[in-house]
Ligand binder design. Structure first.
Ligand code: KIV
Length: 257
């Protein structure tokens, strides 16, 4: 298998369903890559999963650059997507371009940013500059203060229509794929059938072309996971036990032996 690129991701729509995940360092990125994960997102969810914040809002572009370069060093085949953190593209399009270029120079093959109609000018400019963009609509976690919590979006017919329009608008200006987060399954199915580019769902049901799962949920590293997530392992439990065995063996002089 050769390196995934955006053309291959687009071509997979309707042919192959893609199980994709986040990663934030070279070690886990290498393991996901070796397992055949086609797209690895260096999500701004590094904020809550790695850096210990409650939300993604405190993440800085420097955090993302350093994580993207680590992930890129661990990966041979997966498409690496650098997520643009809050503040890196809201303070003017010139600064947004500079920050997107930094993520590409750090090793990202593409970038992701949140928003629909309100970011179409920026997505157009990025794609025209040769920066592949994945859009992200529905529940966009950087708007948590606007929502008053991480709440499912698109539940009323009007709200669903707005999200559908957002998805169509970002596709029209060149987004190569669209993340759909926490929207009703029927809306995700409708958007997936209307768009020509792939949808990548998270908490959006089974009808999307591809799925995201946050690595810490997938591996059971977090104490709690959202209800839509599936824990494929309980690595956190194993790691805690290993630390505790080590401490006990040093105490009893069983290690080193
Ligand atoms: O940062 C992240 O992990 C994401 C996913 C929820 C898609 O944006």
């Amino acid at each position: 298998m050769k390196k995934w690129n955006v053309a291959a991701i687009k071509a997979a729509k309707g042919v192959e369903r893609l199980g994709c995940c986040t990663a934030y360092d070279a070690c886990f990125a290498r393991l996901a890559d070796e397992a055949g994960v086609p797209m690895i997102l260096v999500g701004d969810s590094i904020g809550n999963n790695v850096l210990g914040f409650e939300t993604t809002l405190p993440v800085n572009i420097e955090d993302s650059i350093s994580a993207v370069s680590a992930v890129a060093r661990g990966v041979k085949e997966a498409l690496v997507i650098g997520d643009m953190p809050f503040g890196s593209y809201q303070c003017g399009d010139d600064l947004a371009m500079i920050n997107a270029v930094k993520l590409i120079k750090a090793g990202a093959d593409a970038i992701k940013l949140e928003g629909g109609v309100r970011v179409v000018g920026l997505i157009k400019r990025m794609t025209e500059a040769g920066i592949p963009v994945m859009a992200h609509v529905g529940m966009t976690p950087q708007s948590v203060n606007e929502y008053g919590g991480f709440k499912k979006q698109g539940k009323t017919p009007e709200a669903a229509k707005t999200i559908l329009e957002d998805a169509k608008a970002v596709e029209a200006v060149g987004a190569f794929a669209v993340t759909l987060e926490c929207v009703p399954e029927e809306l995700a199915a409708q958007i997936t059938s209307v768009l020509k580019v792939p949808t990548v769902g998270i908490g959006a049901g089974v009808q999307c072309d591809a799925q995201w799962l946050v690595m810490h949920d997938l591996l059971g590293l977090n104490e709690r996971s959202p209800s839509f997530a599936k824990r494929y392992a309980e690595i956190g439990r194993t790691v805690r036990q290993a630390f505790s065995d080590y401490v006990a063996e040093v105490k009893s002089a069983a290690f080193p032996n």
